[in-house]
Structure formats: C-alpha cells, structure tokens
Design a protein around this ligand. Structure first.
Ligand code: ZN
Ligand code: ZN
Length: 248
C-alpha cells in the first residue's frame, strides 16, 4: 500500500503504512537507528574513540561492527582480546579447537608470548600448559629465548612441571641455544621424575631433552659423561644410552 502524501510517520523515521523512510525521527542507539537501521558514521567514529579511550571492549566490538574506523589503540585492544579468547580455547573441551587455537596463536607473533606464558604459569585449566607449549613449539625460533627463561627460572610461579615441559619443548624446536641451558640441569635438583611409562623408571627431563636433540647435543653430552660430577655424569650417560638411536 502506497500513501502518496499522507504517510503515517507517528514521529518516527519510517512510515508505518508503506515503509517509506525519512531522515528525521530516528531513534539512535550507539550510532544506529533502532527503527530503520541507518548508521551515522560520524557518531559511530566518535563513540569508538571514546570506547577505545575507556577500554570498553564490548562497545568497541559493537562500534566496529557498525563500520567505525579503528585507531592504533583500538587495533591493539582487539588483538589482545583475540589472544585472550584463543588462550581460553587452549582448554576447550574439543581437541580440534584446542589444536586450532594453538595453531592460530603460533601465527600471531611474539606479542602473544607474554600473555600465553602468564596463562601457562597460572594454569587454572587442564590443557592450557600442554597446548600453550604446542603453540610455542610451532612458533619455533621466536619461542626459544622465553622457553630458556622458563627452564632457568627460580620464580615461585614457575613450577617443576612447567620447567620440565619447557625443556621438552626446547628439544622439539631443536635450537642449539638450548644445549648449554639444558646441560646445566644435569647438575641441578628437581629434574628427575617418574617417566610415566608402563615399566616406570627415574627420568631426567633435562637429560631426556638433550638426548632428543641428538647430534646437536652429542659432543657436549660426551664431555659431561667424562667429567667429574657424579650426578651429571650419570645422567649424561643415561641420555646417551637412552636416546642412542638419535645419535648417528
Ligand atoms: Zn507511507
Ligand atoms: Zn531511523
């Protein structure tokens, strides 16, 4: 039904009879008219600047969905929001989502390392540590220095399991920088644990990581194996024997 002239505006931007729109009577809600859906770009941009300033993530997302122009701070906020979401997904109940989150995090570059390691230390969730380390392994070179920091850490918030798993992660990346760091663990307490295997035996996580690195660590392991420190010698020999298939 067309109204020709006598539209039924009722003070709004939309004729209730024919649906014709006019540019008055809008009901604005964060830059968008609730009645006709019109978006006022200038208002959206202004509100986005304000929401960015007050770091209101939900409002920022809403205004971006309405075509707001982000500034550098807005982009940084959205980056961190996405990183936090992915870190939570590391503990998703679905394996494929945990793997996808690790993969996506690994591609976001070094800025993810700090929040990721922070979450791995807190370890409020079962899978965060395991899949967080998967992400770091996928990052490769970029993750070597922070993993070394974890292995060498004396902080209370870096527990034995985190150190042991960081050592394994280093061996998987296979960077020579890890060798001298892992060699030091042969002289330290706190690196021996249950192997978790069927038979079960004492397992030195630092020595095992060196063994896994194969030829990259071979000469230095041999040197320690012929050294004078009884404990270090024992574990160096253990690594050379246990992982002999890695040395060629
Ligand atoms: Zn009308
Ligand atoms: Zn309207």
């Amino acid at each position: 039904m067309s109204c020709l002239i006598f539209h039924s505006w009722q003070g709004k931007c939309l004729c209730t009879k024919c649906g014709k729109k006019r540019d008055e009577g809008h009901q604005w809600d964060w830059g968008k008219c609730k009645i006709c859906g019109k978006i006022d770009k200038d208002t959206v941009d202004a509100l986005l600047i304000e929401a960015t300033r007050t770091r209101d993530t939900e409002k920022v997302k809403l205004l971006l969905s309405r075509g707001g122009t982000p500034n550098a701070t807005t982009q940084e906020m959205m980056f961190h929001d996405e990183v936090e979401r992915l870190i939570r997904s590391l503990n998703d109940s679905e394996l494929n989502r945990r793997e996808a989150a690790a993969h996506l995090l690994s591609r976001k570059g070094e800025l993810v390392l700090e929040p990721l390691i922070h979450a791995m230390k807190r370890r409020t969730a079962w899978y965060t540590l395991r899949f967080g380390l998967n992400a770091m392994i996928k990052m490769g070179q970029l993750a070597v220095a922070p993993l070394i920091t974890l292995v060498e850490s004396d902080d209370r918030d870096v527990d034995t399991e985190l150190k042991q798993r960081a050592a394994s992660a280093l061996s998987e990346i296979g960077d020579p920088r890890a060798v001298p760091v892992l060699l030091k663990t042969l002289y330290q307490d706190g690196w021996v644990g249950w192997s978790g295997g069927f038979i079960g035996e004492d397992w030195h996580y630092g020595a095992a990581a060196l063994g896994e690195m194969g030829n990259l660590a071979r000469d230095q392991l041999l040197e320690v194996a012929h050294g004078s420190d009884e404990t270090a010698t024992k574990w160096a020999k253990w690594a050379l024997e246990k992982f002999k298939y890695k040395f060629k």
